[in-house]
Design a binder for this molecule. Sequence first.
Ligand code: PHB
Length: 402
Amino acid sequence: MSTAATTAATSAAAIRTQVAIVGAGPAGLVLSHLLADAGIDSIIIDQRSRADIETTIRAGILEQGTVDLLRAIDPHTRVDEVGMRHDGIELRVRGEGHRIDFPGLVGRSVWLYPQHEVLKDLLALRLGAGQDIRFGVTAERVDDAASARPRVIAHTADGAPLEIEADFVVGADGSRSVVRAAVAGASGDGYFREYPFAWFGILCEAPPSADELIYSNSDSGFALISQRSPEVQRMYFQCAPDIDAAAMTDAEIWDTLQARVPGTTLREGPIFQRDVLRFRSFVARELRHGRAALVGDAAHTVPPTGAKGMNLAIADVIVLARALEALLVGGDERPIDGYAERALDRIWKAQHFSWWMTSMLHTAPDATEFDRHRQAGELRSVVESEAGRTFLAEAYTGWPVG
Ligand code: PHB
């Protein structure tokens, strides 16, 4: 189906496909699968190597709907083999634990399954199905997005130009999206919020300190006790955004974490990775322009407290895949015209939830006594009320995609 051609203007080797996908993250890979199912061919490019994609540590919580989709894509998905179903989380307020029982409240659960494992599975599956994925290819820009023949202008790792001509271009290329300029304008215009704190994250070799995740609000700040496997744990504590991750000793890290989870004795072990996660909320003003659209982090960023990042990306992709099928198979423009509105409905709910969990659980550096008491009142009004817990459970496990 693809015809190789040479474009006089750039003398780049132009390849042709129906959908050019920039970014081989969860959004790009799931999209290529859903498109292939609909008989639509696509090419994915990503500037990273396959090994980079498979080893970068990201978040770990999958919503019920994300797991349902991964099962539909692959009935033998390793989520069911090595992922861990979690039927609740604990909100700990100054040492007092309150469990949010997901199945009891909303009949849904979440799974702890690291994003890089999802990526390994999806890459193996897509490459096994013959998907054209080009690693080490950097997109420079998208030309002619408003026309019926948008083009991705890119180059390979050794600098050779590469041009992809498509019926549609999708930016699944993360928060530093190159495609965004073609969709949302040169400034990548959008709605933006920064937070006066970050997370200091560690991976350590130790057994789990608790059966479920603990989100702890303490007098000295926030901490999250998460997991990766029976042998490896992921933990975070609130820190200043400009902290130097290398400056703390392991003992200081453990003291900080321990002080913030009163009521639990953390099981310590060698720390083998540390990183600092900045907190941002962002939604691009436009998600689609002509024959180009944005999904996932290219379209929006959420702070990690609500564990929404990858789940939201997959939800965008489900909506976009249906719209592209209508457009490219059925010649129906209406679903793609409605893509932004449909996707934004969920995006803003997730933005609110992520902001709310963040502001409810963290201690702002300039918090007054009033703010601290109000926050404690807010937390109690959630955990002590079934309606409050249900609201949290519904958002955390993910609203149905429909
Ligand atoms: C993680 O395990 O990395 C994780 C879990 C829950 C969150 C954020 C990150 O809310």
